[in-house]
Design a protein around this ligand. Structure first.
Ligand code: KG4
Ligand code: ZN
Length: 347
């Protein structure tokens, strides 16, 4: 089975071809980041229009690369939620039109399930059951994963998502969108060049039981710190930005570390999978590796390009569901809001 995956839920057009026996054949990504950077965030209408321009040429590109033609595609998987409705509609329309024309099956995939399964594309994939930490621009969730489609949400953010918090902290310091990678780079600069940071930011909701998260207090704390630096000396220096970034990154990573460890201990599971844009964060990966090694547990993650949005994760998740005989019936079933614990398990 050769499955074409299409991801258009936000500001990245991702496509991929996944072979059920040979694995990933080709994948491509076009990021709209530069286009949205001028606005400090994603402009939904611009995102949709750009997906219209980019999706078909990207598909042609991966078909050429894999030496295949359209008629070699045996099924299509596309992201049908959650995400920006217009952006989702573009992927859904192209996927459904292609499937109709080629007379092949199609399946709509949950974007966060795509993220969650992305580490399966790596050489030593995790085995079920495991705890999944989903940390993206829109979600922060701890999920108990029995198997594909069997998801129990153990905890989630009651306000901002971790990636969103990174993006907002970056904006406060005048850094470009998306802020996560920029804050991470500045944090590293503080470690390398400025002997760390004098600041300590709060670890929200870690001192009480439970697995929920909250990042809005941390956001306010960051803003207040920036204001007090500005009051003293006017603008933020490069060193200030680096030190605030490090204090911020440490607070987010430490919060995630505490909750992940708690989830593993509560469930008795020994495998953690981290997925979504923030799982590309090197400090998060290293911190979890260190913490988990002490409790004989292991953390798995995807290569950085498969942590952020991509088509490969959708092609992979689609292949697993299609192999189990699942199909999407109704065309254009985009679901901008879609709780992950309502997904159908594999039979
Ligand atoms: O999964 P993703 O590409 O899109 C969504 O589904 O939201 O995640 C994007 C988020 C952004 O908030 C971005 O700032 C964050 O992931 N991100 C990072 C890093 N790389 C991306 N956050 C922290 N450190 C990184 N290295
Ligand atoms: Zn995503």
């Amino acid at each position: 089975m050769i499955v074409l995956g299409i991801e258009t839920s936000c500001d990245e057009t991702g496509v991929a071809l996944y072979h059920s026996e040979k694995g990933l054949l080709a994948h491509r990504l076009y990021s709209q980041v530069k286009m949205h950077a001028d606005y400090g965030g994603v402009v939904p209408e611009l995102a949709s229009r750009d997906h219209v321009r980019k999706t078909i040429p990207l598909i042609e590109g991966i078909l050429n690369e894999a030496n295949l033609s359209r008629t070699d595609i045996t099924a299509i998987a596309y992201t049908d939620g959650p995400g920006l409705v217009g952006a989702l509609m573009v992927g859904a329309a192209i996927a459904n039109a292609l499937a109709l024309a080629l007379d092949i099956p199609i399946i709509g995939i949950h974007h966060m399930e795509g993220h969650l399964l992305a580490p399966m594309l790596e050489e030593s994939p995790p085995a079920f059951p495991f705890i999944g930490l989903l940390v993206s621009g829109g979600h922060t969730q701890l999920v108990k994963v029995e198997s594909i489609g069997q998801y129990e949400i153990l905890g989630e953010s009651v306000d901002d998502a971790a990636g969103e918090a990174f993006d907002k902290a970056a904006k406060m310091m005048g850094l470009d969108y998306p802020g996560g990678p920029r804050v991470a780079k500045l944090a590293q600069r503080a470690r390398d060049d400025f002997e760390g940071t004098p600041y300590r930011f709060p670890r929200p909701m870690t001192d009480r039981p439970g697995l929920d998260f909250s990042f809005s207090g941390l956001k306010t704390f960051t803003l207040n710190t920036i204001h007090s630096i500005k009051e003293k000396q006017g603008e933020l220096s490069e060193k200030d930005k680096a030190q605030v970034s490090l204090a911020f990154e440490e607070a987010v990573v430490d919060t995630l570390r505490i909750k992940c460890k708690r989830a593993l201990e509560q469930t008795g599971l020994k495998t953690l999978v981290i997925a979504g844009g923030v799982s590309a964060n090197t400090h998060l990966r290293e911190t979890l590796e260190e913490t988990l090694s002490k409790i004989q547990a292991k953390v798995f993650y995807a290569r950085p390009e498969f942590c952020t949005d991509n088509g490969a994760m959708i092609a992979y998740a689609g292949t697993q569901r299609l192999l189990a005989g699942q199909r999407s019936e109704e065309a254009f079933s985009v679901k901008p809001r879609w709780p992950m614990n309502t997904l159908e398990p594999l039979k």
